[in-house]
Each structure stands twice: as structure tokens, then as C-alpha cells.
Design a protein around this ligand. Structure first.
Ligand code: ATP
Ligand code: MG
Length: 430
């Protein structure tokens, strides 16, 4: 096997270790992705050298996880994790090994790894070391635990979520016994920190085609057993969604969206979540305030537009849409248009107005922010001879909408005249 450049770049580290009579090989995701001809991300090295021996051999290193045998070696400004061959003993609370023991054999080190495709090593000479049949499984398109799947999932419950993610990302099927064991041990998910769950789900959703991972996540029912439960309607909707052709089509299109938050918002829309259910899910998953705000905004735009009424004069949703744009801001509305396009292509029933129409309306707006409006709250109050108060921001928003709709020119006098008309109308109503 001829290693890709990223691996070749790390060869000097392996060579150095071998010159000192230690064993050293490439392991993990880098080997798997090399075998599959996919781009390689981070390159990990396993060695028979003890952490102190690694530290002594390289100038630039960081003792990242000494208790687990990991030293980060920096070479040409790239950080590589160099980990001593080890086995793990007595897992604590279905997640962390209580202790690790350094061992002399690579085969033993590969044995502790989660899946056969992640338990292959690549030597400096390009030889694949694959004692557990990872290559064979990849050729069959199977994700298989190393060893007894029941024991492996019981040791570390996070592996079940990793399984679902890998099945999705690599278009695999789970091996029969692996899947059976996963279904049986789903209840152990409650031992996994919500942050870890969120980070796996993030990776799942970030992949080139997340639909498969989502499908298996729903089928696995892992998300029904989290430490901090998601609202029941979310898990129910997820199970339902995978059986619905239109939602499956929406999920199949997720890869077109670049940003993770756009994808998550689309999933929420696909699952027909209420904003309350979406919010509680994000809080349970400990999403940052910023991400929560952005996803809730995108979902809010969708829900507001679903509920919007056509304008009685224009007989169109243009005024309602522009109101939404002003409320959520042009930037977020623009992001939502990407979702609108996806909905239009995959689930037309969820899309009332073509995305291109919404975009055209938005682009034609002469003003988009209060800052651009040619009248201030102070001028408004003076002109109408009214005391300042909360009514001002309300009226400014109304004026902004009129100006954005092109019904009133964005100039001081016409805007003040419009406000006067409203004022008179209100007085005669009183
Ligand atoms: P990715 O492309 O997501 O980085 P990866 O396989 O490289 O995938 P890492 O989390 O970087 O995943 O871990 C590197 C390697 O460490 C894995 O390939 C696997 O051999 C081993 N490993 C990681 N997590 C576990 C786990 N929870 N249980 C057993 N082995 C694991
Ligand atoms: Mg990795």
C-alpha cells in the first residue's frame, strides 16, 4: 500500500522510533481511510516505546495524555499522537478504562480497538497489518466489533454511537451480531456525558451524506436512553421520519447544506418539531447559546412563514415574508433560503412560496434595518407631539416594514406623514 502524503509526512517519526529499536506503525482512522482511498485526517502512531522513551526521543512534544500512554509529537508544525501499545482493563461506568497496561505486542493493542476497520495498522514499508479482518469487512461493507460485541459495547457505551456514525459515514451495514448487541445495550447510553453524545451527533450530521447515519440513529433507538432524555416527541418523530418517504428525501439532501446549524435546523423541520421541543433538545445536548440561537432562529423563520397569512391587498405572502426578514435579520433569512431551496426540492409540501421568489422579494427591499430608516424615534415623537414611550419602537418597526415593502418612500417627510395618518386613524377609532 502506498501511503498518501499526509501519512508520508509523519514517516520521520516512525523511522526515528525504529532506529532506536522500537516498533512503530500508523493506526486508526488514517489507516482505514488510506485503505478506502479517502482523504486522511489526523495521523496516529502506535509504538512499543514507553511514553518516557518517546518523550526522550523527540524535541518538540507535549505529554498530552500520559496516563493513557499518549505523547503528542510535533513535526513540521503538525501534531501527531504517539501512543504506547496498551490494553485496557476494568471499564468504569461503561465509559473510561480504569487503568491501562502497556504491552509489547501490536496485536494486543489492535485488540482493544472498537471496530475491525479501526483495528488495522500500516507499517513504514506500506504493509497492512490486519489481524482482525478489517479489510475483509470493508470489502463486504460491514461494520464489525473487534471481539465479542456484547462485551465491547458494555465496556464502553460510546462505541454504539460511534458505530452509528461510522455506518452512516462509510455507507456500511452493521454485522448481524454487532447490531444485535447494539440494540441490546442501548440502555447503557445513560452513562455517557451529554457533551460526548452531542459531539458524536455533530460528527454524524457533518458527514457528506448524513441521511444514513440519521436513519441508523433512529433505528438503533440509542437516543431514547440518554442521561438527559430528549423530549419524547423528538424520538417518536425520528422513528416516524425514517419511515416517511418525503422526510427521508429531505434528509438525503442535507449534504447540500454547508453549515452544521443549517443541517440541524433542517432536521428539526423534517421532524416537524415545535420550537419548544427543539429548544429542550438543544439544551439537553448542551449546545452553545450561540448555536441554539441560530438554530432556533432558522426554525422560527420556518414556523412563522408556515403560519403567515396572505396580505388582503396584495394577495401574496410578500408583506408577511418581509416582516419575517426584518424581524430575524437579512443574514439569517438568507441562510434560511438555503433550507427553503432544499425543502422545495425534497418536500414541496413544506414550501409554500418558491425560494427564488422569497429571495427576489428580499433583494428588492429598499431598507432592511432601523438604522437605514430615514426617521428616528425622537423625530417621530416630536412630530406627533406625543411623550416618548414603548409605542415608538413599535411604530418604527411598522414604518420600516412600509418602507421595506416600498409602500412609503424611505424619506423623512413621507414617513412622518404616514405616522400622522396612523395617529389620526387611532384617534378617530378611540
Ligand atoms: P475519525 O475519522 O472520526 O477521527 P477515528 O477512527 O480516527 O475516526 P478517533 O476517535 O480519532 O477515531 O480514534 C482513533 C482510533 O482509536 C480509532 O480508529 C480506534 O482504533 C480507537 N478508538 C477510538 N475511540 C475508541 C473507543 N471508544 N473504543 C475503542 N477504540 C477506540
Ligand atoms: Mg481520528
Amino acid at each position: 500500500l502506498s501511503p498518501p502524503e499526509v501519512i508520508a509526512a509523519a514517516l520521520p517519526i516512525v523511522t526515528r522510533l525504529r532506529e532506536h529499536r522500537f516498533e512503530a506503525v500508523f493506526v486508526g482512522g488514517a489507516v482505514r481511510d488510506t485503505v478506502l482511498g479517502l482523504p486522511v485526517k489526523d495521523v496516529d502512531i502506535a509504538t512499543s516505546a514507553l511514553p518516557e522513551q518517546v518523550l526522550a526521543l523527540f524535541e518538540r512534544c507535549i505529554p498530552t495524555g500520559l496516563q493513557h500512554g499518549t505523547v503528542t509529537v510535533v513535526h513540521n508544525k503538525i501534531a501527531y499522537e504517539v501512543t504506547t501499545y496498551r490494553e485496557e482493563a476494568r471499564y468504569e461506568a461503561h465509559r473510561k478504562p480504569e487503568s491501562v497496561r502497556y504491552i509489547a505486542s501490536l496485536e494486543g493493542d489492535l485488540l482493544r480497538r472498537d471496530f475491525t476497520m479501526n483495528a488495522m495498522a500500516l507499517s513504514a514499508d506500506g504493509e497492512l497489518i490486519d489481524p482482525y479482518g478489517g479489510l475483509h469487512d470493508l470489502r463486504l461493507g460491514l461494520l464489525r466489533c473487534v471481539g465479542d460485541p456484547n462485551a465491547r459495547f458494555a465496556e464502553d457505551a460510546l462505541r454504539m454511537l460511534r458505530a452509528v456514525r461510522f455506518i452512516g459515514a462509510y455507507g456500511l451495514k452493521p454485522a448481524y451480531r454487532t447490531w444485535r448487541a447494539l440494540l441490546r445495550h442501548g440502555h447503557l447510553m445513560k452513562f455517557i456525558a451529554m457533551e460526548r453524545v452531542a459531539s458524536e451527533l455533530d460528527k454524524l450530521i457533518a458527514g457528506a451524506s448524513p441521511a444514513r447515519g440519521l436513519h441508523y440513529a433512529a433505528a438503533s433507538r440509542l437516543l431514547e436512553h440518554l442521561k438527559e432524555p430528549l423530549p419524547a416527541e423528538v424520538t417518536l418523530a425520528a422513528a416516524e421520519a425514517c419511515r416517511t418517504r418525503s422526510t427521508a428525501a429531505l434528509f438525503a439532501g442535507l449534504g447540500k447544506l454547508k453549515e452544521a446549524d443549517l443541517r440541524l435546523a433542517s432536521v428539526a423541520i423534517g421532524l416537524s418539531l415545535t420550537s419548544d421541543a427543539a429548544l429542550r433538545s438543544m439544551q439537553a445536548l448542551r449546545l452553545s447559546n450561540q448555536r441554539t440561537k441560530s438554530i432556533m432562529g432558522l426554525l422560527g423563520i420556518h414556523l412563522d412563514l408556515q403560519e403567515a397569512e396572505p396580505d388582503p391587498e396584495e394577495h401574496s405572502l410578500r408583506p408577511a415574508w418581509l416582516g419575517i426578514v426584518l424581524r430575524y435579520g437579512v443574514r439569517m433569512a438568507g441562510q434560511w433560503l438555503e433550507i427553503a431551496e432544499l425543502l422545495q426540492r425534497t418536500t414541496p409540501a413544506r414550501c409554500i412560496v418558491p425560494a427564488a421568489q422569497l429571495e427576489a422579494w428580499m433583494n428588492e427591499m429598499p431598507v432592511a434595518t432601523l438604522k437605514q430608516l430615514k426617521v428616528s424615534g425622537k423625530e417621530l415623537a416630536e412630530h406627533l407631539r406625543k411623550p416618548t414611550g414603548p409605542w415608538i419602537s413599535d411604530w418604527l418597526s411598522r414604518l420600516l416594514l412600509e418602507a421595506a415593502l416600498g409602500r412609503v418612500p424611505n424619506d423623512k417627510q413621507p414617513l412622518l406623514r404616514q405616522a400622522e395618518l396612523w395617529d389620526k386613524k387611532e384617534e378617530s377609532n378611540d
